[in-house]
Each structure stands twice: as structure tokens, then as C-alpha cells.
Ligand binder design. Structure first.
Ligand SMILES: [Fe+2]
Length: 205
């Protein structure tokens, strides 16, 4: 499987971000359908300020929190979701993409954005300096707006319009935002990978 993705890895290294579409994907259709079914059952909280104090406006379902260290919450649903996204095959892909011998999922959440929702410009490493990549699995496709825009790296901004069941991998050292959803419902499962599985190094003694 990995041999098919050398080009994508090169793009990731050059641009800091890639998007795999529904048909060129590490997840099967059944897995993606199951992820959507499971995530839709999570309880939601309304969020207006992000971890980096950036303005946000969206509903968030929690699967793994990373306040001082990773903690699985809403376990009945979350353990099934984690089983899908961290299967042996998926972990091999993440390690290949990042060229790391070992990786851990540190944080996972489900972001649901209705009309006028957005995520302000931020750096994921402000939440945890050890985050390497954000994986964004797009589980809803019936929306307009809500582009994922990545800045930095000495090249022009890259704007991705996520389609249903696409997956974005985005380097956590690059600033990014999600533009306002103009209509419909944008639903994405987001998780962060790191080589560190211990204490959140943002927290100082
Ligand atoms: Fe982010």
C-alpha cells in the first residue's frame, strides 16, 4: 500500500499539507461510513475560544483529550473510532508519511460546523509543542465554504476544499484556519500524532 503514496509524501514535505480524496484513501468506504455513524453519536460542546486563544465557533465532540496527558473520553464510542484510525495498516501509513519509527495519537475530536461556523487562524503546536501532524477525516460533504487554508513554508497559502470522505494531513508547524461555512454542515474527525505519548510538554512544572 505504501508504495502508492510516495508522491503524496513528497507533496506533504514540500507543502506541509496533502489531501487524499475519497477514492485514493487509506480508509475503506465502510470504515469511513462507520466513523461517521460513531462520531455522530458523541455528545457535543459549543466552543468559541481555541487552545491557542484563537476565535472559534463550532460544536466539538471529544474522543481523546490532551490537557496534561492523553485521555480517552466517551469511551464506548471513542474506542471503536480509535480502533479504525489506528489499525496496524493506518499506523504504518502515518509512520511512512512522517518518516518516524513510532507514533501515538494524542488527541482526537469531532468538529461539527453549521452555517457561519469557522476556526480562526492558529498553530496546533500551541496546544502541544509535540504535535507533528493533524489528520482531518471529512465525514460530511454537504456544505459550501469551510475551506482548510494553510500558510507558511515560504510559499503562497494553500486552500483545500475538503470533499466527503477525503483526508487532510497537515503539518502542525504551519498556521492554518477553516474559513466560514456558508451553508450546509461540515463534519470532520481530527486527530494529532506525536512521537511523545507522555505528559503534554506545554505544561511546565
Ligand atoms: Fe488546527
Amino acid at each position: 500500500m505504501l508504495l502508492n503514496y510516495y508522491k503524496e509524501r513528497e507533496s506533504y514535505i514540500n507543502d506541509g499539507t496533502i489531501m487524499l480524496n475519497q477514492h485514493n484513501n487509506i480508509f475503506t468506504q465502510t470504515e469511513l461510513q462507520n466513523l461517521e455513524k460513531l462520531a455522530d453519536q458523541l455528545p457535543f460542546e459549543h466552543v468559541e475560544i481555541g487552545d491557542a486563544d484563537e476565535p472559534n465557533y463550532l460544536e466539538v465532540g471529544r474522543l481523546i483529550t490532551d490537557i496534561d496527558k492523553p485521555k480517552i473520553v466517551n469511551q464506548t464510542i471513542s474506542k471503536q473510532v480509535i480502533g479504525i484510525v489506528s489499525s496496524k495498516e493506518k499506523m504504518e501509513f502515518y509512520k511512512f508519511l512522517l518518516d518516524k519509527p513510532e507514533l501515538h495519537i494524542r488527541r482526537m475530536q469531532y468538529n461539527v460546523m453549521a452555517e457561519n461556523c469557522f476556526v480562526g487562524l492558529h498553530l496546533d503546536t500551541d496546544s502541544n509543542p509535540d504535535y507533528l501532524v493533524a489528520c482531518v477525516v471529512q465525514l460530511g460533504g454537504n456544505f459550501i465554504g469551510g475551506d482548510y487554508v494553510v500558510y507558511g513554508g515560504g510559499i503562497p497559502p494553500r486552500s483545500l476544499s475538503p470533499t466527503k470522505f477525503s483526508v487532510i494531513f497537515s503539518n502542525c508547524k504551519y498556521e492554518h484556519e477553516v474559513t466560514k461555512v456558508k451553508s450546509g454542515m461540515r463534519k470532520s474527525l481530527v486527530f494529532f500524532l506525536s512521537t511523545n505519548n507522555g505528559k503534554n510538554s506545554r505544561i511546565r512544572e
